[in-house]
Structures are given as structure tokens and as C-alpha cells.
Design a protein around this ligand. Sequence first.
Ligand SMILES: C[S@@+](CC[C@H](N)C(=O)[O-])C[C@H]1O[C@@H](n2cnc3c(N)ncnc32)[C@H](O)[C@@H]1O
Length: 253
Amino acid sequence: MASVGTTKVAEKYRQYRPKYPPELFRIIMNFVRGQGTQCSNSNSKYPLAVDVGCGPGLMSTVFLAPYFDKVLGVDISESQIEQATLNNKHRNVEYSISPAESLPVEDNSVTLIQVATALHWFDHEKFYRECDRVLAPGGVIAAFCYSVFITVITERLNSDENMAYKAKTHQFVVGRYSHSEMEIPYPESLRIDDFYFSVKSTIRNFFHFYETTSLAKNFLKEPEIQGWWESCKKRLMKAYGTIKHRRSVDIQI
Ligand SMILES: C[S@@+](CC[C@H](N)C(=O)[O-])C[C@H]1O[C@@H](n2cnc3c(N)ncnc32)[C@H](O)[C@@H]1O
């Protein structure tokens, strides 16, 4: 995924991408506890979690810190790991450049593999083979994804002849990970479809966030699209009844 490989992109991720809510991590940890895996010691923490495709870490990785002795965030992008390391304030969180398909951890050592808005990028066969290797007995894979759609853009993409915009990864996200290729191939699983959260932002920051999505980046960077996108933004602001970019908005994700 070369498009996330620049310092500028990693910095925008850190600035504009919303953090997942703590409630999500509580749900995940309840599932982990339900597997009967032993905590490592009297502090009731599990030994190791790996957040794969962690990006700058602040949205997903750090939320696991209270539950594990060690949390390792890995990402294939050097600049994402650079951002993550720069902003790391947790003693028990570390970051490392690594592909999802070859994780830098020992066999049977991981209690939780977390994947936040990244599973659609992986080579699934290789990734699950790697999960089989590293997960401890009773270990869990938790994958989730958010997606924000702006109807005018989706409509324009759907009417566009250029199939490049209809990448498979985009279809996985639009389909809310229900495509058979996105199924987690483990016998005991829990799928939650109705988890939403609300983010307070400004119109300006919402546009910045939207422009970090790969769909928007691939589509909106085209010079002939940029004027159209600017007019869409104006229409969206009109729909909010404002001309102020700093007007606050609630976004459901
Ligand atoms: C949409 S971002 C999500 C970042 C972060 N988890 C979040 O939720 O904000 C997807 C991340 O997956 C990483 N990625 C893509 N393919 C990968 C792979 N094969 N192995 C590891 N990381 C990968 C990208 O570099 C990018 O940082």
C-alpha cells in the first residue's frame, strides 16, 4: 500500500483520523477473557498483543496498553512507524516495521492480534498462516474497520468507467467485511455489525480525515476531479447551513 508510505500521509493520519472508542476495546477484551487464556501474573494482564497495520498507533494500539504486559504495533510503512514511535508515551508499547504476513514474534506467544482498518490490505492466506504460528492457545484475532461514505463521491465512482477506482480493497470496505475473502477462518467467531461511534469534529477536519482514505486519495488526486471535489465540499457545507470551515459537526462512524 504505497500510498500510506510518506511522512506527510502518516502525519495527516495522526492529526485527522479519529480514535476508536474505548468501548470497542472492552468488547474485544471480553471476548479474549471468554477464551479462558491465563493472565501472565498477578497484575491480571495478558502477556502480548500485536496490533497489525497499526499506522501511527494513537488510534488503536495504545488502547491495548492497560490489558497487556507488552503491546507491539507493526506496520509495513516506515513513516507510519516513525510517527508511532515519535508519539509513543507508553512503556509497554513498542513499534516495529513489519509486514502482516511475517510478524516479528515467537511461535505461540500472542494472546490478541488486532487489526484496525487494515485487514483488507493483507495477503489473507499468508496472514492467517502467520496468525496460526504466533497465536497462543485460546488466542484471538480482532479485526474491525470504519468507513465514511459521501454519496456524491460513491455515485461518481460507480458511474466511472475506470475500474482502477473500484479496487477490491474498496469493495471489501463498502461491503463491511462481509465478502467471503474477509471472513476470519477460525471456528469460534463473533461478528458485530451495529457498532457505531460519534466523533466531534469541524467541517474542515472532517474533509481532512476523508482525504486520508485511500479511496479519496486515489480518486480526488486526479487534477480533473479537484475542481469538482471543491464544489462538493461547498455543497456539503451548504447542507450544514454554514460557510465556516470551523463549524463543529458530529460524525457517526
Ligand atoms: C487505513 S490504515 C489503518 C491504520 C490504523 N490501524 C488505524 O486504524 O488508524 C492501514 C494501515 O495498514 C498498513 N498496511 C497495509 N498493508 C500492510 C501489510 N501487508 N502489513 C502491515 N501493514 C500493512 C498501512 O501501512 C497502513 O498504515
